[in-house]
Design a protein around this ligand. Sequence first.
Ligand SMILES: C[S@@+](CC[C@H](N)C(=O)[O-])C[C@H]1O[C@@H](n2cnc3c(N)ncnc32)[C@H](O)[C@@H]1O
Length: 152
Amino acid sequence: MFAMEPIGVVRSPYEETTQIPKGLGAEHRAEGVLEILPQFEAGLLDIEGFSHLYVIWVFDRVSGYDLLASPPSDTRSHGVFATRSLRRPNPLGLTVVELLRREGPNLYVRGVDMLDGTPILDIKPYLSSVPVNELRRGWLAEAEARQSKEDR
Ligand SMILES: C[S@@+](CC[C@H](N)C(=O)[O-])C[C@H]1O[C@@H](n2cnc3c(N)ncnc32)[C@H](O)[C@@H]1O
């Protein structure tokens, strides 16, 4: 077992999960604030140089998990580890946000998909080294292709 303590909390415009965009083509443009606790503020030194951050957080308002998930972006179910489902054995969320500015212990960001008050476990600079042409999008690409056929 591992014991972890939050380094801060997400301030988000979302109070209810129904307010958060979901499904194919959903865009996360909402602004929020990552409020870092005073005892961890020194760990933000030099973070301003990064345009995007990974935020690792806890799905604190979910209990239990399913090994098969039915994402809103598809009519078929998939293994939980092939999805971003919130109902997972270890309820960890991972979100890439754009860093707009820092004010002391507060990071103003765009792209939150967390509920207000969500505990933050860690923040890391986003550095993608995978060339776009080497990325495969699995079942999501198939779901997108099916959807665009239906839209035509
Ligand atoms: C599909 S998950 C994806 C989250 C993250 N981008 C990821 O990939 O791990 C996003 C959903 O989690 C739910 N959610 C957000 N914050 C939550 C929280 N603190 N506890 C439980 N569910 C939450 C909302 O329903 C939101 O639409």
